[in-house]
Design a protein around this ligand. Structure first.
Ligand SMILES: [Zn+2]
Length: 216
């Protein structure tokens, strides 16, 4: 079977496992545990709209488990079904940012590619954040200014409370009659640590919306 679980889907499974495991360990009323199970089934089915019957069965098996070792084995068994992020070569990545002469790339060999929904890295000295993501099947790269806030807030990508900064990117589109110095910036609060964000992200919609607004 081809790998079919993307990082954000795996994060969602882990989150649902956490909820069910907690309910099994702490809730005495079997009806409540049962409702957590059926909610998990619903969420997982919804998260894999295009999965084959066999793939869905592999994922849904988790909703029938009860003990910590069972959940651990289940998650370990899912590992071989996870899809690795395709970063492209360093040369291809550089081509995504043609205006930047000395682009500092992350150490691709050190990354756990199965645990990545988007490639994000910062150039702290330049106050910049770079994002690479396969938008509609094409690898796109955007750069923007990243201003740390040094406090917690809700990240627009993963929707968790983390240490965030303000990420501001300039849109590439401009109205037909715009003056040469026209530009429009879009800003959002986002995780300062892309690795943390990638571990938390369970839905790609907000990121994809943002990227398509910038690259359009
Ligand atoms: Zn985040």
């Amino acid at each position: 079977m081809q790998p079919f679980i993307r990082n954000h889907q795996y994060n969602l499974i882990k989150k649902q496992v956490g909820l069910l495991q907690h309910a099994c360990a702490t809730v005495a009323d079997p009806k409540i545990v049962e409702s957590v199970r059926s909610n998990m089934q619903f969420k997982l089915t919804e998260a894999f709209p295009e999965a084959s019957e066999a793939a869905r069965e592999i994922v849904l098996r988790g909703s029938g488990l009860g003990t910590a070792p069972e959940f651990q084995l289940y998650l370990a068994a899912l590992d071989s079904h996870r899809i690795a992020f395709e970063t492209g070569t360093e040369q291809q990545l550089k081509k995504l940012f043609p205006k930047i002469k000395k682009l500092k790339l992350p150490d691709l060999a050190a990354l756990d590619l199965k645990a990545i929904s988007y490639l994000g890295w910062s150039d702290i000295a330049a106050n910049k954040l770079f994002i690479v993501y396969p938008l509609n099947g094409r690898l796109v790269g955007i750069e923007g200014r990243f201003t740390p806030t040094n406090k917690k807030g809700t990240c627009f990508v993963c929707n968790r409370q983390t240490e965030v900064g303000l990420f501001t990117a300039l849109t590439k589109s401009r109205p037909a009659n715009a003056s040469p110095d026209y530009y429009k910036a879009i800003g959002n609060y986002m995780c300062a640590d892309s690795e943390v964000c990638n571990h938390n992200i369970t839905d790609l919609a907000a990121l994809e919306q943002f990227l398509s607004n910038v690259v359009k």
